[in-house]
Design a protein around this ligand. Structure first.
Ligand code: BV8
Ligand code: ZN
Length: 256
């Protein structure tokens, strides 16, 4: 795939690149996106209903079981070419800020440093009472076959209930992480938004901050998202194909 030479020139000259990723970047690693219809055991559940404090209060074992299932899928998955292209890019541009809505660790496992997780991390559950981070057992959880409910563990320090280390709907984003994300979006000269339906706020507002600050804004998504008029360029296709080609043509091939 060939990109517009003017786009490549704009990328090549970038001093400060900011990237916002969503669940779509992990799709090429076999991880269902957040709004993909849930399958199998979880078919009759709606993620946006499960990803709430009320759901955990009402049925902690069901919610903990869902997150353990998702953690197991992530541990079984590998970073894909899109994750690796972003990790490569952090060595090719003067400054690269990576902001993600994803709770998996595929960016870190691809080698990206300093990932800003707006919605928390599966790998960092913590105690509801004392907020101590809970050390998860090593290895891939072997979930009860066909089982969904797994009682949440107890905090080793205070005996409180351990909860998934993610930001649920209705919960505030981690302050420092959010402010860092707003700052990088407002000072970058290129903003690339990858694999997100841009439905969740305030994360989706970052691309508008970048556009308002005059950045070249690029969307990578096989589908439309409603951002088409807001961004400079929409590259239609899977991130696993588009990002490696974009990094190769803009930063690795001799400037034409
Ligand atoms: C908050 C963690 C206030 C859990 C998640 C305005 C301002 C502030 C809040 C709101 C607001 N309006 C509404 C709200 C409330 C709410 C909200 O946004 N609701 C929406 C749904 C209407 N926001 C909140 O509650 C936020 N909290 O602001 O509270 C506050 C302030 C102070 C104090 C107290 C409270 C918290 C939101 C965080 C929710 N947690 N995740 C978990 O993961 O279980 S959000 C969840 O959605 C995931 O993190 C996911 O990452 C995120 C966004 O989804 P996407 O990543 O976009 O995934 P999706 O499936 O939707 O789309 C995938 C895309 O990939 C598609 O476009 C597809 O085409 C594309 N794709 C597919 N294949 C590929 C691909 N792209 C590239 N390549 C491919 N191969
Ligand atoms: Zn505790």
């Amino acid at each position: 795939m060939q990109f517009d030479p003017a786009l490549l020139k704009g990328l090549r000259g970038a001093r400060h690149v900011a990237i916002l990723t969503g669940a779509g970047i992990s799709a090429d690693s076999g991880i269902p996106t957040f709004r993909d219809k849930l399958t199998g055991l979880w078919e009759q559940y709606d993620p946006s209903e499960l990803a709430t404090p009320a759901a955990f209060k009402h049925d902690g074992a069901l919610v903990w079981g869902w997150y353990e299932w998702r953690r197991m899928m992530v541990l079984r998955a590998q970073p894909n070419a899109a994750h690796r292209a972003i990790a490569t890019l952090s060595e090719l541009v003067p400054q690269l800020a990576l902001v993600t809505q994803n709770v998996d660790d595929l960016h870190e496992r691809a080698g990206s440093p300093g990932v800003l997780h707006l919605h928390g991390e599966l790998a960092r559950p913590y105690c509801e009472a004392c907020r101590n981070v809970y050390r998860l057992p090593e290895g891939i959880p072997d979930l009860p076959v066909g089982g969904k409910r797994i009682p949440p563990p107890q905090c080793v320090s205070c005996g409180g209930r351990v909860r998934p280390g993610v930001v649920w709907f209705g919960e505030g984003l981690p302050e420092l992480t959010w402010h860092a994300a707003v700052t990088v979006s407002s000072v970058c000269d290129v903003f690339i938004i990858v694999g997100t339906s841009a439905l969740v706020q305030p994360a989706a507002s970052l691309v508008h901050k970048a556009a308002a600050a005059g950045a070249l804004t690029i969307q990578v998504n096989p589908n439309t998202t409603g951002l088409e008029d807001a961004v400079s360029v929409s590259l239609r296709g899977p991130a696993g194909q588009i990002l490696p080609a974009l990094v190769q043509q803009a930063w690795c091939s001799p400037a034409r």
